[in-house]
Structures are given as structure tokens and as C-alpha cells.
Design a protein. Structure first.
Length: 280
């Protein structure tokens, strides 16, 4: 498991491009029949990529659970959400099978002991993108399809940010301990996300960008509002955003991204908005 320690904003001002990428960017999430896991000490969130091809892949494959979590199984004191951004697949949670199509999501509650992933067709493997947060109680494991997500249209073509926010793991959809996740789809011709931007001092966030076609990229903008930096991101990469950092992006074409948050609360209006003209 890749361990990323917390970075303070004072040191971040002096980071080179390579240092910024090494601290915050997550590459190569999907390896055949492997579990790629990155543990961030920012709110102790774990980002996961699982691409089953030939095997039935357990959530803990290649992870020393005791060394990394101090527990006997992955979800003993954690909850997790997974999106499928690949071919059709299945997630089995303590013997119950959930069939997941493209952009479907599953929330798996604290206490689930056995979690397995598989693809329906090894030539079109599923790609399960997940984020896990510490949890103090159990709720209900539940799958939410893309058609059942709560949809919030926002933006306009005139401001290059016409999009639909699909809320999946969200207080308006289902209860969780602290984890929130959703999927934002930009319309063709729109390239900006989360602008005007904001920070939320009491929550961190992880983004993963996908549906970036061909040689296009997304310029992910981060840092303190008066000390902004960017990371050039390619398809199916993720990025860690500490609470002190803005998180916004502009692509060379339209794209989609999955956002995940964890921290003190799930109050979506608990944020500090920043005027665009005040950014530096």
C-alpha cells in the first residue's frame, strides 16, 4: 500500500512539479487482477483501484491489513464506496452479489467481512474505483445505479461549465458515517469544474477524472487561493485535495469526474467560497 503523509500549505508553496505530483497525484490505478491502494493521512482516506480480469479479486489482496489498519479485516472500522467505470462486473459482499454496470455505485458499510470483485467479460474488464473512510457504526450496504442517482443540473454553455452532478453516497440518498461520493458529467463543449471554487476546512476531497478522450488532459488546480498550482492529469487518474486547498479543473475537452469527501461533517454548505478574481 502506498502511504501519503499530510503536507502543510507553507511547505507546499516551495514544491517543484515533481514533488507536487508525487504527493498528490495517484497514477496507474488499474492493474489486472490487483488491488491498487493509496492511504492518505489526510483524514485517513484510502483510494482504491481494482480491475479484475481473470480472477475473483478480494478487497484486501496484497494489503497487510494489520500493519496498515490495525484491524483483522479491511472494513472492520471502515466504510467504502465503489464506482464501476469499466465493463460490466459484480461485487460480492458477504455472499450477496451486486451486478454493476457503467457508472453504477455501491456503498459498503462498516463490518462487511468478505468483499470480492469480478468482471463479466475479461476482454472488457470492470474497473472499480473506490474511496474508504474510517467509520464508527454500521448502516446498510446498498447499490445505486446511475439512473437512480439524485441529479442536479448546474452551469451553462456560456460559462463552459454545463454539467450534471449525480449524487450517490450523499445524505439525501442514504446514511453513512462520513463518506460522501458523487459523479459529475460535463456536457460537450464544457470544460470547467468547481469554478468559482471553494475550500472546506473540515473535509478533504479526492477527485478522479475519467472519460478524457484521446490525448486530452485536465489541468487540476490546487493550493491555497492565493498560492495556486496545477497538476496535469490524464484519463483515470486521481488526486488528493487537503482541506486547505482549492480543487478545480479545466480540460482540453469535456470529461467526467468522481468526487469523494470525508471529515468532520456532511454539511455541503460548510464551505468557504472564493471569488474568481481573488485567485492568484
Amino acid at each position: 500500500m502506498d502511504i501519503r503523509y499530510s503536507t502543510n500549505q507553507r511547505d507546499f508553496k516551495r514544491y517543484t512539479t515533481e514533488e507536487t505530483r508525487n504527493e498528490f497525484l495517484i497514477e496507474n490505478l488499474y492493474l489486472p487482477d490487483e488491488v491498487v491502494a493509496v492511504y492518505s493521512h489526510v483524514d485517513r482516506m484510502v483510494t482504491l483501484g481494482i480491475m479484475p480480469v481473470n480472477d475473483l479479486v478480494p478487497i484486501n489482496k496484497g494489503i497487510d491489513i494489520w500493519a496498515n489498519f490495525g484491524t483483522s479485516f479491511f472494513l472492520e472500522r471502515r466504510e467504502v464506496g465503489f464506482f464501476n467505470i469499466g465493463g460490466a462486473g459484480k461485487v460480492t459482499v458477504d455472499g450477496k452479489v451486486y451486478s454493476m454496470g457503467y457508472k453504477d455505485c455501491i456503498y459498503i458499510t462498516k463490518g462487511a467481512k468478505e468483499v470480492f470483485f469480478q468482471s463479466d467479460d475479461k476482454n472488457k474488464p470492470a474497473k472499480f474505483y473506490g474511496v474508504s473512510a474510517p467509520a464508527h457504526c454500521s448502516y446498510e450496504t446498498r447499490m445505486i445505479s446511475i439512473k437512480d442517482a439524485a441529479k442536479k443540473p448546474l452551469g451553462s454553455l456560456e460559462t463552459s461549465n454545463k454539467r450534471v452532478i449525480n449524487q450517490f453516497i450523499h445524505p439525501d440518498v442514504l446514511p453513512t458515517c462520513q463518506l460522501s461520493m458523487g459523479l459529475t458529467e460535463l456536457d460537450a463543449g464544457s470544460v470547467w469544474n468547481t469554478m468559482p471554487t471553494h475550500t472546506h476546512e473540515r473535509r478533504m476531497e479526492v477527485y478522479t477524472y475519467f472519460e478524457i478522450e484521446g490525448d486530452n488532459v485536465v489541468f487540476h488546480i490546487m493550493g491555497e487561493p492565493q498560492q495556486t498550482r496545477h497538476i496535469v492529469m490524464q484519463n483515470e487518474q486521481a488526486v488528493i485535495s487537503p482541506s486547505w486547498s482549492i480543487h478545480s479543473g479545466c480540460g482540453t475537452s469535456s470529461y467526467s469526474f468522481i468526487w469523494a469527501m470525508g471529515g468532520e461533517n456532511q454539511a455541503f454548505d460548510d464551505m468557504d467560497s472564493i471569488k474568481t478574481v481573488d485567485l492568484r
